[in-house]
Design a protein around this ligand. Structure first.
Ligand code: XMP
Length: 317
């Protein structure tokens, strides 16, 4: 007999009680969980909720701007931080996936800590942790792992010494979505596919550069827009393009080309633990492939990933 309305009502009352007049800081990611947590907290404590949204330069095309805009429409007290260059320079020359993850996680914490220091007298750190994260909190890959898994070496960043409030920690994902809908969040946020914390940083195989990010963002944008136009986006659990460090020969007009390959991934899954590749219609794949090869400079070949998990993982890195 769980209802989202009752949850919203009692949680807001509890948060008011617990947090009183204290300030709370929260990292928004654009994902479902942190967004729902933010809106819930905002209803409870208003301007005392300080949100920070970091642009690591590894988000999808236009994602930072459009998500920031949505949050502002919700009246959230939000600070956007452009840290693109800092992430990029720390990633220079690094090829190993786990090293890239660690760097992205560490730089995120550094940027977030700097920003949290700008707010006077913060007492609480809010997180969008949900029940499955609590169970898997030792996993390096959980959505909240960006904050949890990298602080055990050396001293804690100051914000980690704050008291933690996690209003969604008893909920499963579908319940979080229902709470979000009850709070008036749109499908733009509630219906989005899961997206890894390290973002496109682990969808560029090998070294990450500004040029590769720009190419991948264009290809991914074409891919996702076509899934939406074909009415397939909501049927797929997660989809994204991957930049391969492989060059292959092609021909354009009379000229020989020698350019990179984009792989497309789309999976069906319940929780990401296992996944099946989606049997996307050939006509949709054909349109996506044509559009990417015609419009994205630097790409002359597109392939479709037909591997399921296990033994493949969803991400390539
Ligand atoms: P894999 O590749 O392990 O991915 O099959 C399973 C789910 O986890 C996401 N994923 C991550 N999420 N940080 C995250 O926040 C990470 O480092 C990370 N690696 C994978 C992946 O997108 C999929 O939804």
């Amino acid at each position: 007999d769980w209802t989202s309305d009752a949850f919203v009502e009692t949680t807001i009352a509890d948060l008011k009680q617990q947090l009183g007049n204290n300030k709370v800081v929260l990292a928004l990611s654009g994902g479902v969980d942190s967004s729902v947590a933010a809106v819930l907290l905002h209803k409870a404590i208003g301007k005392n909720l300080h949100c920070i949204f970091v642009d690591n330069g590894l988000l999808r095309k236009n994602e930072y701007e459009s998500v920031l805009e949505q949050y502002k429409n919700f009246g959230l007290n939000i600070k956007g931080v452009d840290a693109k260059d800092r992430f990029l320079s720390e990633l220079a020359g690094v090829e190993d996936p786990e090293k890239k993850r660690k760097i992205i996680g560490r730089v995120f914490i550094e940027v977030f800590d700097d920003e949290a220091h700008q707010i006077q007298d913060v007492k609480w750190l809010a997180q969008g942790t949900i029940y499955p994260d609590v169970i898997e909190s030792v996993s390096v890959k959980g959505p909240s792992a960006t904050i949890k898994s990298h602080h055990n070496v050396g001293g804690l960043p100051d914000f980690m010494k704050l008291k933690v409030v996690e209003p969604l920690k008893t909920l499963f994902k579908d319940e979080v979505r229902r709470v979000g809908a009850a709070l008036g969040l749109e499908s733009f946020i509630l219906g989005r596919h899961p997206f890894p914390g390290p973002g496109l940083g682990i969808r560029i195989i090998g070294e990450v550069t500004a040029e590769k990010i720009a190419i991948l963002q264009e290809a991914d944008h074409i891919y996702i827009n076509n899934l939406k136009e074909a009415g397939l986006y909501d049927k797929v659990w997660q989809a994204g393009a991957i930049f391969l460090p492989v060059r292959s020969v092609g021909v354009m007009g009379d000229e020989r080309t020698y350019e990179n390959v984009i792989a497309l991934r789309a999976v069906e899954s319940l929780d990401g633990m296992t996944a099946d590749w989606c049997h996307l219609p050939y006509n949709v794949l054909a349109k996506i492939s044509n559009e990417i090869i015609n419009k994205v400079r630097g790409i002359n070949r597109v392939v479709y990933d037909i591997s399921s998990k296990p033994p493949a993982t969803i991400e390539w890195e």
